[in-house]
Design a protein around this ligand. Structure first.
Ligand SMILES: [Zn+2]
Length: 325
């Protein structure tokens, strides 16, 4: 799929990428348009990584999160706080739908026996000839994180967005680190979740256009819970920020040390941890692709079939699978 974007859009994309590298905060406007924050409100927050910024709470810090920072919807009510979790999250998601549709026109919620699916489109940046389609499985329980996929759509063609910063092996979006970033938790504001996906899609666009993932990034953990050197060697480009948090480029930071490690053994260790799979064995499930390709007219698959952590959670809690009345 050829990237079609105006000269202005290309310049803007580069500016935002440079801003992400420099830890500048971004905002997400209605329809998922990502911009650099023209008026950063919390100076100290800018010192932190982008993911760390998302962790901050409070009205000013929410500037990072897509609710109060949003432009074009001044009348939006305050979203429910992530802390006010209730069991049976589908109802709280349904109550947010009007707000979500104001920010992401056309967004819909699709029912499932174990939660709801959120389907929404994001324009990512002004002057881009493609849109991102996000399909996110939101389990009914606060114990299980959502699982979502994103696709580019251009001239009726649909293409999976990946494999960078997607999960193994189902190619689901890794827009934030559930434990480290605290950017979003089950029951939280759906606009914020879609904003995180929009920024993630923008980073992918930047990767395609400028051959570099912009901003702070995490690597998969190795046996010791550290950034896996094998993963970094294969996935990180030298001009990208290193995952160790030094703020330096990978090529000038941990890469020389990673290169000195015995390559075959770190590769085998990676495969052992990932059921023998190669780093390239990531793709969206065919049922998800089919649902999105048909413009959402095909219902998504049963959540339980494609959401491995949800299935594991239900099995661990006694297999209490609900059946329809
Ligand atoms: Zn490093």
């Amino acid at each position: 799929m050829e990237v079609l974007l105006s000269g202005d859009a290309r310049a803007e994309l580069q500016r935002i990428g440079d801003g992400l590298d420099a830890r500048q905060p971004v905002r997400v406007r209605d329809r998922g348009i990502v911009i650099l924050d023209p008026q950063p409100t919390l100076a100290p927050v800018q010192e932190k990584s982008d993911e760390q910024q998302q962790r901050a709470r409070g009205p000013a810090a929410r500037a990072w999160q897509g609710s109060t920072r949003r432009q074009g919807s001044p009348g939006r009510s305050r979203p429910p706080r992530a802390g006010s979790r209730v069991v049976g999250l589908a109802g709280s998601y349904a109550r947010q739908l009007e707000d979500v549709q104001r920010a992401y026109p056309g967004a819909t919620l699709l029912p499932d026996d174990h939660g709801v699916w959120l389907l929404a489109r994001s324009r990512v940046i002004d002057g881009l000839a493609r849109e991102a389609i996000c399909l996110i499985a939101l389990p009914d329980t606060p114990a299980v994180e959502p699982r979502g996929w994103a696709f580019w759509e251009q001239d009726g063609q649909v293409e999976w967005i990946g494999p960078r910063h997607t999960n193994f092996p189902d190619g689901s979006v890794c827009a934030y680190h559930a434990e480290l970033d605290k950017a979003w938790s089950p029951g939280g504001d759906l606009c914020t979740l879609l904003d995180l996906y929009s920024v993630w899609a923008l980073r992918h666009l930047h990767l395609v256009v400028f051959d570099r993932w912009p901003g702070r990034q995490h690597a998969m953990p190795d046996d010791l819970g550290q950034s896996d050197p094998y993963y970094r060697l294969l996935q990180f480009k030298e001009a990208e920020l290193c995952s160790c948090g030094s703020g330096r480029r990978y090529g000038e930071c941990c890469r020389p040390r990673d290169l000195k490690l015995p390559f075959l053994s770190i590769m085998q260790a990676f495969k052992r941890r990932n059921l023998g799979r190669s780093i390239l064995d990531r793709a969206a499930p065919a049922e998800i692709m089919a649902s999105v390709t048909r413009g959402g007219r095909n219902a998504p698959p049963p959540m339980l079939e494609i959401h491995d952590p949800l299935r594991a959670h239900i099995a661990a809690s006694g297999g209490g699978i609900r059946t329809k009345p």
